[in-house]
Design a protein around this ligand. Structure first.
Ligand code: 4AD
Ligand code: MG
Length: 428
C-alpha cells in the first residue's frame, strides 16, 4: 500500500491506495473520484472501458465518504485539482457510506460544530490540524535545542495560578480542587532541579466571555528558567516565535495555501520585535480615541487596535502590578509596574504569549500574596521555594491555539483545536 505523501516516488507506477472519496463527478462512461488518504489528495479517474462494466457500476454507487481501495497508475496532471491523478484499474469498496450530512452546500457554524467529529475531515480543517502538529513539534525542537527539559505539571491543583475568577472547581474525594490554569508555579519548583524547564499540556479557564479568542480548555506551553531576567526572557520568546514561523513556512506551504493564508507578513517576521511599554500603549489608545484610563487592562478590542497596524509581533511590557498576577517582579525603576510582557501577534490577533520575571525574594512574595488576598497556606510550598537557594528567574506561557489562529489566519479560535470547548459547548 502506498501513501499520497510519497507520491513523487511512485510517478508513473501502479500503486494501491486506501482512503476515502470526498467528492464525485461523473460524465457518461467516466467517473472522477476526489480521494484522500489522510496524507494527501488525488483525483482518481475511472473509465468504464478500462475497469469493465461490473466495477464501473459499483463505482457509480459510491457515495461521499465511502472508504475504498484503489489500484492504478499515478501520474502528474496539471489539470487535476491536486496536480496528480490515478488512472484506476480496480476499485474495491470497503464501506459504502450512508448519506453524509456534510454535503457540498454551505453550513452554518452551529451545524458544523455539532458535527465536529465529521467536519474535521474537510481539507481546510485537516490543513489547520497539520499546521498544529508542525507547531507542536517545532516548539519541542526549539526548546530542546535551547536546553529546556520537558517536565509536566499536574492538572488537578489546590490553588489558582492566574486568579480565581476563571477556576474550574472539581470535587476531589470531598475536598475542593481546581483544574490547572497554567503549570507555571510547578515549573518554578522544577528549575531548582533542572535549570531550564517547560511543560506542554491542556489548561482550563472558566471564561465566561464568548469571544473569538477564548477557549475553556486549551493547550499551553509554559517555559521557566533559572537566572533568566526580563530582557533575556523576551529574547527567548521572540526567537521561539521566529523559529515557529520559519518552520511553518518551510513545512506547511500546501496547508497555508489550502487556507488561503496571505504569507507575506509571515515571511517578513524578523526579530528583534518592536516593543512599547504599557504606558505608551495607553497613550496610543487614548490618542485613537479609546476610552481607557491608566491602570485598566486591555481587552480583545484594545489589543486588536494596538496590533492591527504592526507587521511584526509587538511586545507590550511593564504593566501596572494591580492588573497582573501576584508573582510578578516589580520594576526596580517604578514599583507600581511589573517586569512582564505580553506578546501580541500582528494583524490584530492579540496576545499569544504572556510572560514575566518572578518575585524571588521571600518577604516580598509573602507581602504580595497577602495584598492579593490569597490564603498563604495554599501557597506555602511555593513561598518556601524562596528559602532554599532562591534565584532570579523568569518564564512565559504560549497559548497554542492563539498561535495557530494567527499563523493560519483563521477567524475563530475554535477551528484551531480538534474538539473545542467554549462557554456554550463541550460536545462532541
Ligand atoms: O497570559 P496568561 O494568562 O499567562 C499565564 O498563564 C502564565 N502563568 C504563563 C507563564 O508565565 N508561564 O496565559 C498565557 C497564554 C496567553 O498569552 C494566551 O495566548 C493563552 O495563554 N490564553 C488562552 N488561549 C485560549 N483561550 C483562553 N481562554 C486563553 N487564556 C490565555
Ligand atoms: Mg496574559
Amino acid at each position: 500500500m502506498a501513501f499520497l505523501k510519497d507520491i513523487e516516488k511512485y510517478k508513473n507506477q501502479k500503486v494501491t491506495l486506501k482512503g476515502w472519496v470526498f467528492n464525485i463527478r461523473s460524465s457518461g462512461s467516466i467517473c472522477f473520484l476526489q480521494f484522500r488518504d489522510g496524507t494527501g489528495y488525488i483525483q482518481i479517474v475511472v473509465s468504464r472501458q478500462d475497469v469493465g462494466e461490473n466495477i464501473f457500476n459499483k463505482v457509480k454507487k459510491i457515495t461521499l465518504e465511502t472508504s475504498i481501495k484503489a489500484q492504478g497508475k499515478v501520474y502528474p496532471e496539471k489539470k487535476s485539482p491536486y496536480g496528480w491523478e490515478m488512472f484506476a484499474e480496480n476499485i474495491e469498496i470497503i464501506q459504502l457510506a450512508e448519506n453524509y450530512p456534510l454535503g457540498k452546500k454551505q453550513h452554518g457554524p452551529d451545524f458544523l460544530l455539532k458535527n465536529r467529529h465529521l467536519w474535521i475531515r474537510s481539507p481546510r480543517q485537516a490543513a489547520i490540524l497539520k499546521i498544529r502538529d508542525r507547531i507542536v513539534q517545532s516548539i519541542r525542537r526549539f526548546l530542546a535545542e535551547q536546553g529546556f527539559v520537558l517536565t509536566d505539571a499536574p492538572i488537578i491543583t489546590p490553588t489558582a495560578c492566574e486568579g480565581t475568577t476563571t477556576l474550574f472547581k472539581i470535587d476531589y474525594f470531598g475536598k475542593p480542587a481546581y483544574l490547572s490554569q497554567s503549570g507555571q508555579l510547578y515549573l518554578e519548583a522544577l528549575i531548582y532541579s533542572l535549570g531550564k524547564v517547560y511543560d506542554f499540556g491542556p489548561v482550563f479557564r472558566a471564561e465566561k466571555s464568548k469571544t473569538r479568542r477564548h477557549l475553556t480548555e486549551f493547550w499551553m506551553m509554559d517555559a521557566e528558567a533559572a537566572f533568566v531576567q526580563h530582557e533575556e526572557n523576551m529574547k527567548i520568546q521572540e526567537d521561539l516565535v521566529y523559529f515557529l514561523v520559519q518552520e511553518t513556512l518551510k513545512h506547511c506551504s500546501k496547508e497555508l495555501k489550502i487556507l488561503n493564508r496571505d504569507t507575506k507578513i509571515l515571511k517578513n517576521i524578523k526579530p528583534p520585535f518592536p516593543r512599547i511599554t504599557y504606558n505608551q500603549a495607553i497613550e496610543i489608545l487614548q490618542k485613537k480615541g479609546v476610552k481607557i484610563k491608566w491602570g485598566e487592562d486591555f481587552g480583545a478590542d484594545e489589543e486588536a487596535i494596538l496590533s492591527q497596524e504592526s507587521s511584526q509581533p509587538l511586545f507590550i511590557e511593564k504593566y501596572p502590578a494591580t492588573i497582573k498576577a501576584f508573582y510578578m517582579q516589580p520594576d526596580p525603576n517604578n514599583k507600581k509596574l511589573v517586569l512582564n510582557d505580553d506578546l501580541l501577534a500582528p494583524e490584530g490577533y492579540g496576545e499569544i504569549i504572556g510572560g514575566s520575571e518572578r518575585i524571588w525574594d521571600y518577604n516580598l512574595l509573602k507581602k504580595k500574596i497577602k495584598e492579593f488576598n490569597i490564603p498563604e497556606k495554599s501557597l506555602s510550598w511555593y513561598l518556601e521555594l524562596r528559602l532554599y537557594g532562591s534565584v532570579p528567574h523568569s518564564g512565559f506561557g504560549l497559548g497554542l491555539e492563539r498561535f495557530i489562529t494567527w499563523i493560519t489566519g483563521i477567524h475563530h479560535i475554535r477551528e484551531s483545536i480538534p474538539f473545542p470547548r467554549t462557554l456554550t459547548r463541550f460536545q462532541p
